[in-house]
Structure formats: structure tokens, C-alpha cells
Design a protein around this ligand. Sequence first.
Ligand code: HEC
Ligand code: HEC
Ligand code: HEC
Ligand code: HEC
Length: 204
Amino acid sequence: MLGMVRHWWGLLRRPSTRWSVLTLLVVGIVLGSVGVVGFNLSLHATNTEAFCTSCHEMYAQPFQTVQQTTHYNNASGVRPTCSDCHVPHEFVPKMIRKIEAAREVWGSITGMIDTPEKYMAHLEQMKAREIARMRSNDSAGCRSCHDVARMDFSAQGEKARFYHSAMAEQGKTCIDCHQGIAHQYPGTVPASGQEPLAEVAAEH
Ligand code: HEC
Ligand code: HEC
Ligand code: HEC
Ligand code: HEC
């Protein structure tokens, strides 16, 4: 056994006589590029709405609810896909989220949310996890489109102006006040974060 390992190790370490260094380099670069392109393609492919809804349309609720909102239907035609809100845009946090998604693969194998009833039974748990994630990354997905520094407060309604100008000093982030903007289910609270809003108002 050990002899065989030594033999192969020796072969691997022996300088190549057949191929020129140039050939080996070119082959290496080509293979490396294929790897990088493949990696990026698969990152991209797992970020499309079609990919998310391949599971989450079967578990139809999130997609149907999004379609009823301004984020899906609006005059400007700017429309976030699932990953714009849910998957961080920076490389490292994005990779961490992709690895975390192993739980989702497991959940789909075990049929965790594959009927509307099961989905609703599991809803609060999923919401809580997503809200916690957005709190911990300071609502990074929202901020990839909405830049508070560029908000023209004077163009906003009085309520929005009041809360937005106080949010930094109050240590609040978008998801504290804007829950349910993308998925709102009949009979569930809160609609547009009424509770957090009351809480902020009370602090004033
Ligand atoms: C292989 C099927 C599958 C795919 C593809 C998939 N999901 Fe999921 N997703 C699930 C399942 C199952 C759960 C419930 C997992 C649990 O609660 O343990 C889930 C849960 C979630 C949650 C709730 C929060 C959480 O951490 O559980 C969010 C948000 C979510 N998915 C978003 C997405 C987005 C965005 C995409 C596309 C980038 C996506 N999913 C692709 C099956 C999938
Ligand atoms: C792809 C860019 C994009 C992302 C990501 C995004 N938004 Fe928006 N959002 C928009 C656009 C564009 C509008 C304006 C739509 C219109 O009325 O024309 C809007 C409108 C809104 C509104 C006002 C209308 C409403 O539905 O109440 C709120 C509040 C809002 N966004 C909050 C959020 C929050 C919170 C997040 C993160 C969870 C988020 N947005 C993520 C682009 C985005
Ligand atoms: C402390 C609470 C609070 C926080 C934090 C907060 N908002 Fe708001 N936001 C509001 C209120 C209140 C309104 C007005 C809602 C209404 O008029 O019904 C509003 C309105 C908006 C609107 C519509 C503006 C208009 O006048 O049409 C957008 C877009 C929006 N918020 C985006 C965001 C984004 C993005 C973040 C995070 C960067 C954020 N908000 C953080 C409370 C908050
Ligand atoms: C505009 C931003 C936005 C978009 C677009 C969006 N979501 Fe969400 N999603 C949220 C927020 C915010 C929550 C946290 C819970 C809440 O506020 O209702 C959430 C919660 C969820 C949950 C937890 C369970 C639930 O139903 O609330 C799932 C699963 C989910 N989203 C999947 C998706 C999928 C799949 C898509 C694409 C079809 C999508 N989301 C598009 C913002 C978004």
C-alpha cells in the first residue's frame, strides 16, 4: 500500500518530459478560466427568480404575495427579484447565505413546506429567521436600491420624513418598520410594521 502511494507520488513529482512548460501553462490557464466562469455561472443561476420559484412557486405563497405589491407592479418598471431582497450582494455574505441554503434543500427533500397548510404552519418561523437576518445585516438588500443618504426627505410624506430622519439615531433599520411589504398574508400581522412604528413613536 505504502509502496503504491510512493510510486504515484514519485510520478506526480517527476518533471514532465512530454509536454512543454508552455503547453502545461496554457492548459492550466484554460482549465482555471473554465472553473472561474463555471463558478460565476452557477452563482448567477442560483440567484435568479426562476431558480427560487422552482421551489417557492410550488410552495406558491411568497411569489403570489410579492405579485400583489408595488415592488412587482409599478410605473417605473424597477423590480427587485427574490435575491435582490434576500441574498446579500457582497461576495463573502453571499457565499455564507448560499451555504446556509443547504437547510432549504433539506427542507424540500423532507417536504417541509410543500402544501399551503404546512407553509402557513411554518410561516412565523421562516419570517422570524428572515427578519433576524435583515436586522443583522442592516437591511442590506433594501439598501442595495434605497440609499437613505440620497432620499429627498422633503419629497416624502410627513410620516416617512419624521421616521426616516430619526432612524439612524434610533438605531432602526428598514425591516424594523417595513415588515410585510413583500409578503402579506390574510389574517397575519403586522402590516407594514405597525408594532415597530408604535414602538419608535413611544420613544419620542
Ligand atoms: C430546493 C428548493 C428551494 C430553493 C431552490 C429555494 N428555496 Fe427558499 N426555502 C426552501 C425551504 C424548504 C424552506 C424552509 C426551510 C426551513 O424552514 O428549514 C425555505 C426557506 C426560505 C426562506 C425563509 C427564511 C429561512 O432562512 O428559512 C427564504 C427567505 C427563502 N427560502 C428564500 C429563497 C430565495 C431568495 C431563493 C433563491 C435564491 C430560494 N429560497 C430558493 C426551499 C427552497
Ligand atoms: C431592486 C430595487 C429595490 C429593492 C431591492 C427594494 N426596493 Fe423598495 N422600492 C423600489 C422601487 C423602484 C420602489 C418604487 C415603486 C413605485 O412606487 O414606483 C420601491 C418602493 C418601496 C416602498 C414604498 C411602496 C410600498 O410598497 O410601501 C417601500 C416602503 C420600500 N420600497 C421599502 C423597501 C424595503 C424595506 C426593501 C427591503 C426589504 C426594499 N424596498 C427593497 C425598489 C427596490
Ligand atoms: C423608524 C421607522 C422607519 C424606518 C427605520 C424606515 N422607514 Fe421607511 N417609512 C416609514 C414610515 C412611517 C413611512 C410612511 C408610511 C405611510 O405613509 O404609510 C415610510 C415610507 C417609506 C417609503 C415611501 C416614501 C414615500 O413618501 O412615498 C419608502 C420608499 C421607504 N419608507 C423606504 C425605507 C427604507 C429603504 C428604509 C431603510 C433604509 C426605511 N424606509 C426605514 C418608517 C420607517
Ligand atoms: C421587496 C423585497 C422582497 C422581495 C422582492 C421578496 N421578498 Fe421574501 N421577504 C421579504 C421580507 C422583508 C421578508 C420578512 C418577512 C416579512 O416582512 O413579511 C420576507 C420573507 C420571506 C419568506 C419567509 C416566509 C414568508 O412567506 O414570509 C420567504 C420564504 C420569502 N420571503 C421568499 C421570497 C421569494 C421566493 C421571493 C421571490 C419570488 C421573495 N421572497 C421576494 C422581502 C422580499
